[in-house]
Write a protein that binds this ligand. Structure first.
Ligand SMILES: Nc1ncnc2c1ncn2[C@@H]1O[C@H](COP(=O)(O)OP(=O)(O)O)[C@@H](O)[C@H]1O
Ligand SMILES: NC(=O)c1ccc[n+]([C@@H]2O[C@H](COP(=O)(O)O)[C@@H](O)[C@H]2O)c1
Length: 307
């Protein structure tokens, strides 16, 4: 089992929730933990001399509770998904579980920040932020002057703190379309997932080769199941989806219907050296074609001092 933690940070109304939910819909075995769900009760939020509630600081959040929730995902992502009424979409042992952590202060909290494998930060200009914020109703609602008197100056401080702490954040231009932003992040995360899977398959393949060398009788004498190439030893992708009837490609269905009645291929005497049938020599070379991103770098800010 492999895991990936993706941080979707950004300023208020930068598009974090929008991006996170779309990402979640696209990525199998993913779930979202949102920082917004951990605000303390209004009665304990500090108030400054101007009467502004101090909501935009880590003290306003139950970060301990958020960390516990993340910890329970880390311990057993499969059960965590089940507890959220989400299904695991792959066979046991083959899946990559992805946690999307979303929030405006996720990178400012050291213990959380250090769990992230990928970090994205959505940013928009002051006037767009103010406009979007003005059309959203929080509980309690923003009091008059709250954005200019508290939210924006606090954002600038939080951002400075974050930049002092963390270096490998991908800054995204939140003015780009939702679709373009999603495509960019999805492509990047998918590449990360692929490289985790390749690493795992490569390990399985190496073990296989070692087995073939050390115990040739055991490995070479692999009896075909009617010539089914896809059995066994952790390389068995399609077979692994047998539990997931809703998400399979047509040719996989056809293969299963033939299960046990598969026509032997020419020269197939029912016994195949396993290494010979391995279709993915590139597994040994994950840096080869097919694992590199197609980057859409115009979405990414080169500078962090835009605002
Ligand atoms: N890329 C985008 N372009 C235009 N509007 C967007 C974009 N992303 C989000 N929005 C809109 O901005 C508002 C705030 O988005 P939301 O995802 O809730 O922000 P956040 O979670 O960062 O506070 C919503 O009305 C949303 O539809
Ligand atoms: N969810 C709440 O209980 C609550 C209450 C008041 C303000 N807020 C605001 O939420 C913002 C953070 O959330 P967004 O990034 O989704 O806007 C903060 O700027 C904070 O001022 C949230």
């Amino acid at each position: 089992m492999r895991t990936l933690v993706v941080g979707i940070g950004g300023m208020t109304n930068g598009g974090k929730s929008t991006m996170s939910s779309s990402l979640h819909l696209r990525i199998p075995n993913s779930c979202i933990i949102a920082q917004d769900a951990f605000f303390k009760d209004d009665s304990v939020i500090a108030v400054d001399s101007n009467g502004f509630k101090q909501y935009d600081v880590l003290d306003a959040l139950h970060m301990d509770r958020m960390m516990s929730k993340i910890e329970s995902w880390r311990k057993d992502p499969g059960s965590f998904l089940a507890s959220q009424s989400l299904r695991t979409q792959c066979s046991v042992g083959e899946e990559v579980f992805v946690l999307i952590v979303e929030g405006f202060l996720i990178f400012n909290y050291g213990p959380l920040n250090e769990l992230m494998d990928k970090r994205y930060f959505l940013e928009i200009p002051y006037d767009v932020c103010k406009e979007r914020r003005g059309s959203r109703v929080y509980t309690p609602p923003d009091m008059p002057g709250y954005f200019d008197g508290y939210v924006w100056p606090r954002y600038l401080k939080n951002r400075q703190e974050m930049e002092d702490m963390v270096s490998d954040i991908v800054f995204l231009d939140g003015l780009k379309s939702k679709e373009d932003l999603l495509d960019y992040v999805y492509g990047d995360v998918t590449m990360e997932i692929q490289s985790l899977m390749v690493t795992k398959m490569r390990t399985a393949l190496c073990l296989w080769i070692v087995m073939a060398v050390l115990c040739p009788g055991e490995v070479k004498g692999h009896k075909g199941h009617g010539g089914d190439h896809h059995h066994g030893q952790g390389l068995d992708h399609d077979h692994g989806r047998d539990n997931d009837h809703g998400h399979r490609r047509d040719h996989e269905h056809r293969r299963d219907h033939n299960h046990g009645h598969h026509d032997p291929e020419p020269g197939d005497n029912g016994t195949k050296p396993v290494i010979q049938v391995c279709p993915w020599p590139w597994l040994l070379f994950p840096w080869g074609p097919g694992v590199r991103p197609t980057s859409s770098s115009s979405l990414v800010w080169a500078s962090t001092a835009a605002y």
